[in-house]
Design a protein around this ligand. Structure first.
Ligand code: AMP
Length: 446
């Protein structure tokens, strides 16, 4: 029975168990309970799991365990070759994954490092040259290091492709192929993906060796505890509708998805003009700007975080009450990703989509994929000048309008909701606040 599984019963080493104990984890999550024994057995694993399922520990813990016999206390870089390579699509995810690895490895004499693009490569080189056993990297930057001969990959024995579907979406296939060609043929491969598109299946067939398939939940399924709702509206009416939704429940934080960076920036500015504390994260923002926006969201200062799919990817977000699709994605899998941001670990969540007539064809595709019809309502909100001229930085409450009271109910995890992690003021410094229990992992690297 899954409930009886403990980390100790998974035969993890005492050094790892101690770190888990100190972190406050008591029970393995389903993906951990399934994947850890297989990885320890040496099998290649193809895992269907998205952020929030505990997937990082699912690959990090057994990886550490497998590297323990070759751990060395020697200072010599030669004794610390890269033995495990974790490839991730975004910097944010890279930072979070390495932070988790470091946390779990704190009693193991194993070194980890994160390298990602967008920052001066020279700052990373001295750390790489000292030798690290576990390297977390975005593909492009890893190849830069390979070119500069600041990293060698000929002793990699474990390869993890995290968020593989997103890596493909972001066009990393050529980079992945180049990297894979540099690795020893004999190695163990683990692949994690939230969705199983035909491309992912192809990637898995190409790079994994007789993989075992494990799934945290049904792929391409949307959680039962997420209430989905569609407002049919004109493109012009979307902004006013969004303002109305956000104002109806001013304490509810939401991620608002747009398709493009431009719309994300514009919308965030327009929301601020309407008196809603909003900010945007997207690829054109600097790392620092993104971190600042995330920190503000985490602290509850920002109510609406407007994001593109790519930028939102990899954010360690727990228990987010609301996701709004300002524009619905043309790839139906992205809808599953987006709404997977809410309703985690049994908590209830709301996913609202504003759908214009031009987008209805995408909505049909989504409904086909998730095998259910999403309740629809015609939005009666009209674009108003009043909304646009609301005073700056205030949260004017509107008269109750055509929104049902479902929106004004405060966010409450459902009775059987078990938090996905202990929110103790843990050693990893993760947030303890209630509203702020939204983003767990991204912190400044000093
Ligand atoms: P991930 O899906 O790897 O991004 O993990 C989501 C969150 O769950 C992270 O904040 C982890 O720290 C936390 N977590 C992972 N495994 C466990 C566990 N077994 N018990 C409690 N929290 C966990």
């Amino acid at each position: 029975m899954a409930e009886n599984i403990t980390f100790a019963s998974l035969n993890l080493a005492p050094e790892i168990l101690k770190a888990l104990d100190e972190t406050g984890y008591t029970t393995p999550t389903p993906i951990q309970a399934q994947a850890i024994p297989l990885v320890l057995e040496g099998r290649d694993v193809m895992a269907g799991a998205q952020t929030g399922t505990g997937k990082t520990a699912a690959f990090a813990l057994p990886t550490l365990q497998k590297l323990l016999p070759s751990a060395s206390t020697s200072a010599s870089p030669a004794r610390h070759p890269v033995r495990a390579l974790v490839l991730v699509p975004t910097r944010e995810l890279a930072i979070q994954v390495e932070e988790s690895v470091r946390l779990y490895a704190k009693h193991c004499p194993l070194r980890s490092l994160v390298v990602f693009g967008g920052v001066d490569i020279k700052t990373q080189t001295p750390y790489l040259m000292k030798g690290v056993e576990i390297l977390v990297a975005t593909p492009g930057r890893l190849l830069d290091h390979v070119e500069q001969r600041t990293v060698q990959l000929n002793q990699v024995q474990m390869l993890v492709l995290d968020e593989a579907d997103r890596m493909l979406d972001m066009g990393f296939m050529p980079d992945l192929k180049r990297i894979l060609a540099l690795l020893p043929k004999k190695r163990q491969n683990l692949m994690f993906s939230a969705t199983f598109s035909p491309e992912i299946k192809k990637l898995s067939a190409e790079f994994l060796n007789d993989p075992v398939l494990v799934e945290a939940s049904r792929s391409n399924a949307t959680a039962e505890n997420v209430t989905q709702k569609v407002y049919l509206t004109s493109q012009e009416g979307k902004q006013a509708k969004l303002v109305e939704i956000l104002q109806e429940n001013p304490t509810t934080q939401a991620i608002v998805f747009t398709k493009t960076k431009l719309t994300a920036s514009r919308l965030a500015r327009q929301l601020v003009r309407s008196g809603i504390n909003a900010d945007a994260i997207h690829g054109d923002k600097s790392q620092l700007e993104r971190i600042q926006a995330l920190d503000a969201f985490k602290q509850g200062k920002v109510v609406a975080l407007v994001a593109t799919d790519v930028a939102a990817r990899g954010l360690d977000i727990d228990q987010l009450p609301m996701v709004v699709n300002y524009e619905i994605p043309s790839a139906p899998e992205d809808y599953v990703h987006r709404i997977g941001r809410t309703g985690r670990a049994g908590a209830s969540g709301i996913a609202i989509s504003l759908v214009s007539p031009e987008e209805e064809k995408y909505l049909k595709e989504i409904e086909k994929l998730i095998k259910r019809e999403i309740p629809k309502e015609k939005s009666t909100t009209v674009s108003t000048a009043a909304v646009a001229s609301a005073p700056k930085n205030s949260r004017p409450r509107q008269a109750k309008s055509a929104v049902d009271d479902w929106f004004s109910r405060p966010y409450e995890p459902s009775a059987n909701a078990s938090p996905p992690r202990q929110n103790s003021p843990s050693k990893n410094g993760k947030s303890t606040g209630e509203v702020a229990a939204l983003l767990g992992g991204l912190r400044r690297q000093d």
